[in-house]
Write a protein of this length. Structure first.
Length: 438
């Protein structure tokens, strides 16, 4: 079986990147890193929790679990043992807009990893007994999320801001939706979405592109998986933005710490201002030199953990500030946070903050590429959600191009909207927090 289209994208800093499209629309992207003796390989499905319909809440993540339970050729033990026998590791994760199954092995064992991953993705049994057994595991994961307040507060916040929309719902689903989900629902979801046009295979390490294409073609060919003349699915570069709400949501827990997450609507993933947002985020709460860390932790000793972050999706995004503090300090932490955000919204950042913000972004980008798994992920995201693969030099140029006026303009828009607030902690009602939002 041969590729129907091959192209090469040269990135002198990241190494040669090549792309092939196989029959059926499955894509293969590779990046050669000849200085290592390993390969990071990922099978990415362009389907996430935002694609779930009513009655399918949590199906994407549930399915991720089930693909490790066995295929027509392998038991669950076979899947893990074949990778571990060659000293590799295998895992998976589900996001709102894609799912990834990945492995890291020695370069000589690439064919083993690809064969196992392809078998899981194309030939999972999804037996009714396994669906029922894994139901308890997923429910335990939901319970573990609820028991971790720093994790639960994020799902609480997105539900507050985006409501009962694809972006507002938890990737895990709910205990109720998982209890009600049956084998037929999961299997139909699998059959509908795990198709060649939705799949991107990416690899980074000591590899030759043509060798990877041959291995992938042979591993995915059984059962006619690559049959047909379908074109690859288009990158998810836009979507319908959900309605946005503000206000306070409280999860009352008898714990020793208040977990606070304050957020406002942010930028969608492909917004050209995302590089400006990265600089602004670094200045506000992206490190130990940031305003939030210096004022809330270093100067006032109000919290151990405090940081800002941006979450970006095809249709919408958010900008948030998290802090974990003693419950009696929660009001002060929120007041100080709001004051810092208001100051930056009206006055912008300093020249030093602009310089440090750019430096943080440059360093994070380049240093991250020293890891083959990060390179492998970069290839997949370029294909699934960005529809471009700019060179490292081009990305560095976009960062360097951010000006003080760019940051000031973005801050004056981003930081002045009425925020949403999620709180997990030992509180009885939300009334004490309402005033801090105005």
């Amino acid at each position: 079986m041969t590729a129907v289209q091959t192209s090469t994208v040269l990135d002198e800093d990241a190494g040669p990147v090549r792309r092939s499209v196989l029959p059926g629309g499955l894509r293969v992207l590779t990046e050669a890193v000849p200085t290592v003796r390993s390969v990071a390989i990922g099978v990415w499905i362009g389907i996430g929790s935002v694609d779930e319909r009513p009655g399918e809440a949590g199906a994407t993540h549930y399915l991720e679990h089930l693909l490790f339970k066995g295929t027509r050729r392998r038991s669950a033990l076979d899947i893990s043992s074949e990778i571990e026998a060659v000293g590799g590791d295998i895992n998976a994760f589900t996001a709102k807009e894609f799912t990834c199954y990945y492995a890291r092995v020695l370069d000589a064992d690439l064919a083993v990893a690809v064969d196992v991953l392809a078998d899981m993705v194309t030939s999972s049994s999804i037996e009714a007994a396994e669906v029922d057994a894994e139901r308890e595991v997923v429910l335990e994961e939901i319970a573990m999320r609820d028991d971790d307040p720093s994790d639960a507060v994020h799902d609480l916040l997105t539900a507050r801001m985006w409501g009962d929309s694809p972006l507002g719902r938890s990737i895990l689903g709910t205990a109720e939706s998982i209890q009600q989900m049956r084998r037929d629902t999961v299997y139909e979801y699998y059959q509908q979405h795990y198709r060649a046009p939705n799949i991107v295979v990416t690899a980074a390490g000591n590899i030759e592109h043509d060798d990877v294409v041959k291995i992938v073609s042979e591993a995915f060919a059984p059962n006619g998986f690559l049959a047909g003349d379908d074109l690859p699915a288009r990158a998810r570069t836009s979507g319908t933005a959900p309605g946005v709400d503000s206000g306070v949501t409280l999860m009352s827990r008898p714990i020793e710490q208040a977990n606070l997450l304050l957020a406002m609507p942010g930028l969608a993933r492909n917004d050209t201002r995302r590089f400006t947002l990265g600089v602004l985020n670094a200045a506000l709460g992206g490190g130990m030199s940031s305003r939030l860390f210096q004022e809330i932790r270093e100067n006032r000793g109000l919290a151990y953990s405090v940081f800002s972050f941006a979450a970006q999706h095809a249709a919408a995004g958010l900008f948030g500030v998290y802090a974990g503090c003693h419950p009696r300090k929660a009001d002060e932490v929120l007041e100080v946070t709001r004051g810092i955000l208001a100051d930056v919204a009206s006055s912008g950042i300093t020249d030093d903050e602009l310089m440090r913000g750019k430096g943080q972004m440059r360093g994070g980008l380049v240093l991250g590429l020293e890891d083959t798994s990060a390179r492998m992920s970069r290839l997949a995201k370029s294909e699934l959600v960005y529809d471009e693969l700019p060179s490292i030099d081009e990305l560095l140029a976009r960062i360097d191009a951010v000006t003080m006026d760019d940051v000031r303009e973005l801050a004056s828009w981003l930081l002045t909207s009425r925020p949403a607030l999620a709180v997990v902690g030992p509180f009885d009602d939300t009334s004490r927090f309402e005033s801090v939002l105005d």
